[in-house]
Design a protein around this ligand. Structure first.
Ligand code: BGC
Length: 341
């Protein structure tokens, strides 16, 4: 665990600004203009790094080693069974009690041609960290282009076979943090399938289902409110909204548009591109307004939406899900681009 409150900021020529903490690599603000040029901070969270340290540690954070859930915290590699901590009911969530979201990342500025500004974040997770096998060396580049693309470029290597699934956890509200819920945001997801949640498991069962004729059909843009206000057991199992992994269509490991979020009043648009096979869409169902966030406004249910590029939940336990195993000599690679318009 780290208590550092150091904040770094990336800026481009359009006055777009992305700020993050070394602690958890947490993205604490993303300032982008609307259709009239007015700037707003489009991620929910806290006004100061001190408050962020006391608050929800997943806001804007780098999650790992295994973002999302592993059922029972168990997996097997090469016949050896591993038991991780269960920090979310019976499941392991976002890397355990002390995941990468609360670690002090080593941050250094880097010059990379395509970025107006960039930083490299480094973390060495020791062998046995949170009971995962192998020493894992993780390198993440946060880069901002002059085309308003905030790029998260992940790489990792291990000394023993292990499982890995890194993601980033900002909750977007394109009206600006503190301006109500995302029910009026239009969401389009390039996914004709999703992985339903099993009530008893508290996460996916391994089933892959069609979104067609369900509230999760976002293949054409649709208001988030039209889905989360519906009546369906999958919304209940998600804790009162979307908390689901969507299977990106035509996945082939190249970078593809996964989702588009649009807020009509401000005209702000966010496109999410990735080379990953899935995107977890989480509408902040557990927020209940009791906690104060930016500008002293309550952090309310559906106050933001996280679009987390990744492999599928519980992949280590399903052979037909993407491969979560990383072996010595291999490099884990993951690219996520949040493009603002
Ligand atoms: C998960 C939620 C979880 C949240 C914690 C999300 O990625 O899908 O189930 O409650 O992270 O912040």
């Amino acid at each position: 665990m780290s208590n550092s409150t150091e904040v770094f900021t990336l800026k481009n020529k359009n006055n777009v600004e992305v700020s993050f903490m070394a602690n958890g690599g947490r993205i604490v603000s993303i300032k982008v203009p609307d259709k009239k040029g007015e700037i707003a901070d489009v991620v929910i969270g806290y006004d100061t790094p001190e408050e962020a340290l006391k608050g929800d540690s997943y806001f804007g954070a780098l999650c790992g080693r295994y973002a999302n859930r592993i059922v029972g915290g168990k997996f097997t590699i090469d016949g050896v069974e591993y038991q991780l901590d269960t920090n979310n009911g019976n499941n392991h969530l976002h890397g355990g009690f002390e995941g990468f979201n609360v670690r002090e990342w080593k941050v250094e500025p880097v010059v990379i041609d395509k970025y107006a500004q960039a930083y490299k974040l480094l973390l060495v997770s020791p062998d046995g960290d949170q009971k995962y096998p192998g020493e894992l060396t993780v390198e993440v580049v946060y880069g901002l282009t002059d085309d308003n693309e905030f790029v998260i470029d992940y790489k990792a290597e291990t000394t023993k076979p292990t499982v890995i699934n890194l993601t980033s956890h900002p909750y977007f509200n394109l009206k600006g943090a503190g301006n109500g819920t995302v029910e009026d945001h239009e969401l389009q997801i390039n996914a004709s399938k999703y992985t339903p949640i099993d009530e008893a498991l508290g996460t996916v069962s391994g089933e892959i289902a069609e979104v067609k004729d369900t509230l999760f059909d976002f293949t054409s843009a649709k208001k988030i409110g039209d889905a989360v206000n519906g009546d369906w057991e999958q919304l209940e199992y998600g804790g009162g909204g979307l908390d689901h992994n969507f299977v990106i269509d035509d996945y082939d490991g190249t970078v593809k548009l996964a989702a588009t979020l649009f807020e009509p009043a401000s005209g702000r648009k966010l496109e999410v591109y990735t080379d990953q096979p899935g995107v977890q869409v989480y509408t902040g169902n557990h927020f209940d307004g009791s906690e104060k966030g930016k500008h002293g406004c309550p952090i309310e249910k559906w106050g933001g939406v996280a679009l987390e590029t990744q492999i599928f939940p519980d992949s280590p336990n399903h052979d037909h899900f993407p491969d979560a195993v990383l072996r010595p000599g291999e490099t884990y690679k993951h690219l996520c681009v949040y493009k603002f318009d």
